[in-house]
Write a protein that binds this ligand. Sequence first.
Ligand code: NAD
Length: 354
Amino acid sequence: MKICVLPGDGIGPEIIAEAVRVLKALDLKLEMEEALLGGCAVDATGSPYPDATQKLALAADAVLLGAVGGPQWDNNPREQRPERGLLGIRKQLGLFANLRPAILYPELANASTLKPEVVAGLDILIVRELTGDIYFGQPRGIELRTIDGQQQRFGFNTMHYSESEIRRILRVAFEAAKKRNRKVCSVDKMNVLECTQLWRDVAIETAQDYPDVELSHMLVDNAAMQLVKNPKQFDVMVTGNMFGDILSDEASMLTGSIGMLPSASLDANNKGLYEPSHGSAPDIAGKGVANPLATILSAAMMLRYTFGNEDAALRIEGAVKKVLAQGFRTGDIYESGTKKVGTREMGDAVLAAL
Ligand code: NAD
């Protein structure tokens, strides 16, 4: 079980160090090797995704990533921006399925802007298609056209999905639901967009292979409303790239604690890239105060989805629940009456709870 570890920039190295300590403590046969990605890679090699990192990432079974980016690289030429490294690795590894859980631990219910009774105990998983849809469809562009006898700028993009692209992401959602509460809600806009009518048709066909999972459908505008009105009705939500981009950010904000949210991006063989949903937090980098739990929970997702080790994943998730119940909090989730700790102490607490 080979893991390519990419600490990245900002708080990346601090939070990754804690996730690596947790993985090592599990005593599994994991081989971990570090490489450079993002701004630190630009500084060292001139490229945000250097050859040595590509080689390691391609040879590994999974990639564990901190975060990339920071103001010092914002004015670099496009090819030397940290985000280029991120897009490069996602593309090269063929990661088409993005899994983002939004979990609100009962102890953190006050962190949400919604009423505690609406969100406490929330546990949903958003499955977003990552490589298709209007974000990549051709033709696209902005050009001059003559419209109504007048030359003007004209912007256009193309939404498209093939049935095989839809089927493979639906399968990821159904498989994930089998490990959870066996409910899939497929989100589309079939009343307006033919492309998403096909999405719904393929969802219905795919569901026949999963008789033990309940499939429902929802239009995207209603899904956006239901997420804030009654989010606990959902188990797994699956949708295309653009709707998923928006709904997954909305869902993560329901929890109010970005430092807690892991994510996974998978290829067709369950090889995955695992990273926290947040960025490199340059404002607190190097201070030892960042919350490492999103990264530690990303490591748990890696054990579940790439290595098929549900027990080890549950052990990590159980330890995180325990430290929250014990009252340990980093600054981002702190409230009076709890124990404020730094990154390393939070890692220590998780190790003790394991
Ligand atoms: P951010 O997520 O880095 O930070 C937003 C706010 O949340 C900040 O106040 C930050 O201190 C706080 N925060 C984030 N993670 C935290 C943690 N683990 N513990 C405690 N507090 C935490 O978003 P941003 O400020 O918009 O972006 C900063 C940089 O990160 C930018 O360069 C951006 O491009 C990059 N970024 C990278 C990724 C990625 O690597 N996947 C994702 C988003 C943003």
